[in-house]
Design a protein around this ligand. Structure first.
Ligand code: 5RP
Length: 224
């Protein structure tokens, strides 16, 4: 049986093959955050001469890209993003996701919103019938922490302050436990409506376009 690390590597390799086929000198590649995205970055380094521009979804990914000699641009200076590759904490059959385990959800959501195509890479343990087994990350302006926590309790969740974590945007994370998400579109909007929330880790209004899901029998390509 393959380990989770091997499956993450297989998903990253499938995304690399997918991107390499589509890459030209004008391509701008959006880069995700986390251990699966890191594997994709490391593979991209092998074709660095063909990579003109990347936009990173976190300072950690930007540093890793630069460490490989890959060009990283601010989102505001590129015309768009052709393809965005990122991992997820959970995915359902509609390719709606929970993201933010690495606290990068806001920049990830921005890059996903701009990208023409969003390719999600994950091992099959992340594929679930209903989102919400993974505690939902919510990025919050620090002074609003208690207010937002009370509002999340009213929505039915159990928010827990992620100790010792400051996001790249200078904010804090509340992880919402015991929060099944049968209606991700509605819940994404409801949480984002709470004053003090920057964004939450439900990617339902902008789901992935393609999920490359690595399992024991290879990598499956799922489209919604
Ligand atoms: C970071 C994320 C990651 O994509 C998510 O946490 C998955 O990480 P990994 O690939 O390490 O399992 O959303 O904010």
């Amino acid at each position: 049986m393959k380990s989770q690390d091997e499956l993450k590597q297989a998903a990253a390799a499938a995304a690399f093959a997918y991107v390499r086929e589509r890459l030209d000198e004008r391509s701008v590649i959006g880069i995700g955050t986390g251990s699966t995205a890191n594997r994709f970055i490391d593979l991209l380094a092998g074709v660095r001469a063909r990579v003109t521009a990347t936009v990173a979804s976190s300072e950690a990914s930007a540093a890793r890209l630069r460490g490989h000699g890959l060009p990283v641009f601010d989102l505001n200076v590129v015309d768009g993003i052709d393809i965005y590759v990122d991992g997820a904490d959970e995915a359902n059959a509609a390719l709606q996701l929970i993201k933010g385990g690495g606290a990068a959800l806001t920049r990830e959501k921005i890059v996903a919103a701009v990208a023409r195509e969003f390719v999600c890479i994950a091992d099959e343990s992340k594929f679930v019938p209903v989102l919400g087994g993974f505690p939902l990350p919510v990025e919050v302006i620090p002074m609003a922490r208690s207010h937002v926590a009370r509002e999340l309790v009213k929505l039915g969740g159990n928010p827990v302050y992620r100790q010792g974590v400051t996001t790249d945007n200078g904010n804090i994370i509340l992880d919402v436990y015991d929060f099944a998400l049968p209606e991700p579109l509605e819940t994404e909007a409801a949480i984002n409506n709470i004053v003090g929330v920057v964004t939450n880790g439900i990617f339902a209004h902008r789901p992935a376009d393609l999920l490359l899901l690595a399992g024991a029998n290879g990598v499956r390509e799922l489209r919604a």
